[in-house]
Design a protein around this ligand. Structure first.
Ligand code: HEC
Length: 101
């Protein structure tokens, strides 16, 4: 019985830790809702998504294409070509430099 109680207590505390980390993630940068967002989440594999927000005022379509290409070619982001295109379109629509879409 004692062991069981301990196991339950351990499970509960693990559960609490998991809940905590979920809450912490929710307070981090989230991408805008829109088609392609699910693909763009791949960009969070190496760095925070605020890289996208920070660059939003500067990058037009050419800029985002180059940026995504750089992530893949230079930094080795494991993003398939067809996803890269969807991501660029998403970024241009939701995070593109407003004067030049
Ligand atoms: C394989 C890891 C990896 C993935 C996946 C990745 N990046 Fe990056 N990214 C980096 C590295 C490394 C840097 C530069 C070093 C740093 O400042 O952290 C960077 C920097 C950036 C920057 C800052 C400007 C620059 O060019 O240095 C932007 C914007 C950016 N990434 C956007 C993206 C987007 C959009 C995606 C999804 C298509 C993405 N990243 C996916 C590794 C990655």
């Amino acid at each position: 019985m004692n062991t069981l109680t301990q196991m339950v207590a351990t499970a509960l505390s693990l559960g609490l830790i998991l809940i905590d980390s979920t809450a912490a993630q929710e307070s981090k940068v989230m991408l805008k809702e829109g088609s392609g967002k699910d693909k763009a989440m791949q960009c969070a594999a190496c760095h925070s998504l605020d890289y996208i927000q920070m660059n939003s005022p500067f990058l037009n379509k050419a800029g985002w294409s180059a940026s995504v290409a750089k992530m893949i070619n230079v930094f080795g982001a494991p993003i398939p070509n067809e996803d890269a295109e969807i991501i660029v379109n998403y970024l241009v629509q939701y995070y593109g430099k407003s004067t030049d879409k």
